[in-house]
Design a protein around this ligand. Structure first.
Ligand code: PPE
Length: 314
């Protein structure tokens, strides 16, 4: 018989989890198998990082993440939502209760178990926040040497197929398929094209390329409006770099001087190889490494110009 108490995955130690207004131990933060979200992917989530600033933890761009969580929920038509303030307070309370310094933060809203069938109306909406330590997303080797990535055979969904601006659980089946394909073939990550064949994004990251010193951020189409993408653009501009938004084909990336991925989990991650073609010198490029350093200075509280992006936990 199945054990009714789910055992936490080894390595995923979330400690105390915020569940609908209270902090409960991970073992008790469980849901019904009849939850609508489990059957139909009707959840929305965020991925945030808190960093060790040397004088306590700081959550990076909490306001923007809370706002995007609510925007995703509204796109999905979820009722009875917490306020931005409640989301912020829940994140701060969870980071503080677990005495985290650096961690990943995962807020989630989902439809509960009161009824099944496609229409979620009539189900309750729940809110949780979990935190856990999470090292480099693509692995230390990928950061040091540059990631090896492949163009996925899976496309990003067109905007009239899925609500691509909602960070919704169900949308991530697309990312899961692409990421599994890439990993199964020995690559670190997948790049997904859009329905027209232009570069969209990674399975969990936005993309940039550098050509002749100019930083190009892949334009929003069916990709997520990334908060790291926005941060990197603003940091690069503040440091006097020229930044453009651009569409790109996959072969444009092959010929770029540098390509890198950004995301809350991935931070700023160099790409050394796409589809077995060497990018630039085949190592983490100088502009990428400079932007990565600048980004880490900001998130770890060493750059006073961007202090307003940090929510410091006393
Ligand atoms: N695109 C996708 C598809 C995506 O999932 C993310 C974040 C981004 C772009 C970058 O967005 P932002 O974090 O706001 O800069 N991916 C999150 C989930 C990763 C996961 O494995 O789960 C993240 O980075 O937290």
């Amino acid at each position: 018989m199945a054990d009714p108490t789910p055992t936490p995955a080894p390595g995923l130690d979330a400690g105390l989890i915020w569940m609908d207004g209270e902090l409960v131990p991970q073992e008790r933060a469980t849901v019904s198998v009849l939850s609508h979200a489990l059957h139909y992917g009707t959840s929305v989530f965020e991925g945030i990082r808190a960093y060790d600033t040397g004088s306590g933890a700081a959550v990076f761009r909490l306001q923007e993440h809370a706002e995007r969580l609510l925007a995703s929920a509204r796109i999905m038509g979820m009722p009875n939502l917490p306020s931005v303030e409640t989301i912020r307070e829940a994140v701060v309370a969870t980071v503080r209760a677990n005495e985290r310094t650096a961690c990943y933060v995962r807020p989630l809203l989902w439809h509960g178990p009161e009824s099944l069938g496609i229409n979620p109306r009539g189900t309750s909406v729940h809110f949780m926040v979990a935190t856990w330590p999470w090292g480099t997303y693509l692995g230390d080797d990928a950061i040091r040497e540059g990631a090896k990535v492949m163009t996925s055979s899976w496309r990003r969904s067109p905007p009239d197929v899925l609500a691509t601006k909602a960070k919704a659980g169900g949308n991530y089946v697309n990312s899961v398929l692409a990421n599994m394909e890439a990993r199964d073939h020995g690559y670190d990550e997948a790049i997904l094209l859009d329905h027209a064949g232009f570069v969209a994004e990674g399975s969990g990251e936005n993309l940039f390329f550098v050509h002749d010193g100019v930083v190009h951020a892949i334009r929003h189409s069916v990709n997520l409006r990334g908060i790291t993408r926005d941060s990197v653009i603003r940091i690069a501009e503040a440091d006097g770099r020229e930044v453009r938004e651009a569409m790109a084909t996959r072969d444009e990336l092959y010929g770029a001087h540098e390509v890198f991925m950004v995301g809350s989990a991935a931070e700023v991650a160099p790409i050394a190889e796409i589809d077995r073609r060497t990018i630039g010198a085949g190592v983490a490029g100088p502009v990428t490494l400079d932007l990565r350093r600048a980004y880490l200075d900001v998130v770890e509280g060493r750059d006073a110009r961007f202090e307003s992006w940090l929510t410091r936990i006393d």
